[in-house]
Design a binder for this molecule. Structure first.
Ligand code: ATP
Length: 301
């Protein structure tokens, strides 16, 4: 194993349809300024997890910076889960839901500063049907929207906006959910059931304002109807949502069933229709570099 101090930069060359050469040059320069050795890995879309794991064994990096979309961030998060390798994020995807959740700044230099900083949290990893979820998974209307967006070919927020009306018109919601936890079992009808470790969707809607990402718990939120005033509150970061609009429970393990198959997504990736979900928080955490303001916000909750 190499004893030198490495930063590994993992770049998805095709994510977000943007050129990554400035990102690569800037991270390399900043790594050099901080006396780190620098290694670049560009994903190919095939066996990237295996390749990153073997690079980790080879160079033993103290930090991995990821420049890509949510899919690439999740992939690298699985590689560092339970280790003391710190993960930094440079959002370079089309939707960047995970970056929105951490309130990352817009400029590259600020993002690199944070990705290389010592301000870190030990993030809970929620395992949902065998996959890791870093911020939000859901069953129902939002997963339907993501599926329609992925099929539409129009990227970015405009793509989501354009799909929102047809999704609403053709939605199969409401759905009948049964939720079982160690504390309680109940049934609830809703248009969307979210399993949230994070707070915000990629659109910025703060659906889980009281959720903490390092408390060993996640929230299950069942949105009962399309109440536009309440939806407006989430978009405007308002803390209180009516119990007639959303039922919220906090737990570390749950089983969820639906009478019919429901569209399902994890961290922005559509995963088909399912009728059973199990979710739990494991002991292993992800050490992640985040903005100072995000750390302070977690402490206030
Ligand atoms: N060199 C490559 N060529 C083709 N596909 C790739 C390559 N590298 C990674 N991929 C694919 O990119 C996908 C992950 O993309 P990622 O989530 O990072 O970006 P995005 O979809 O643009 O952003 P977002 O998830 O924020 O919408 C995976 O399906 C992966 O297989």
């Amino acid at each position: 194993m190499n004893s030198e101090n490495y930063i590994l930069l993992v770049v998805n060359p095709i994510s977000g349809d943007c050129n990554k050469s400035t990102i690569i040059a800037s991270v390399k320069e900043e790594a050099k300024n901080r006396n780190y050795n620098f290694k670049l890995y560009e994903t190919s879309g095939k066996k990237d997890k295996e390749a990153i794991n073997s690079l980790i064994k080879e160079i033993n990096p103290s930090r991995i910076v990821v420049a890509g979309g949510d899919g690439t961030i999740s992939l690298v998060a699985q590689c560092v889960l339970g280790t003391d390798i710190c993960l930094g994020i440079i959002p370079a995807g089309s939707a960047n839901g995970i970056a929105v959740n951490f309130n990352l700044p817009e400029t590259l230099l600020e993002q690199i500063e944070i990705a290389l900083s010592d301000c870190t949290i030990k993030l809970d990893a929620v395992t949902i049907n065998g996959r890791i979820c870093l911020h939000i998974a859901d069953l129902g209307l939002n997963a339907e929207l993501i599926n329609n967006y992925e099929n539409s070919g129009i990227r970015g927020k405009l793509g989501y906006f354009l799909q929102s009306i047809p999704t609403l018109l053709h939605s199969e919601s409401p759905f009948q959910f049964k939720v079982e936890t160690e504390e309680e079992t109940f049934e609830e009808t809703g248009i969307l059931l979210a399993i949230a470790n994070g707070n915000k969707f990629g659109t910025g809607a703060n659906i889980n304002p009281h959720g903490k990402m390092d408390d060993g718990k996640f929230e299950i939120l069942i949105f009962k109807n399309l109440d536009f005033i309440e939806i407006f509150k989430t978009i405007n970061d308002q803390q209180k949502m009516s119990p007639d609009f959303v039922r919220i429970i906090s737990t570390n393990k749950a089983k969820i069933n639906s009478k019919r198959k429901v569209p399902f997504q994890i961290d922005g990736e559509f995963l088909g229709k399912i009728d059973e979900v199990t979710a739990s928080i494991g002991k292993e955490k992800i050490l992640m570099a985040v903005p100072d303001s995000f750390c302070k916000l977690q402490l206030q909750k």
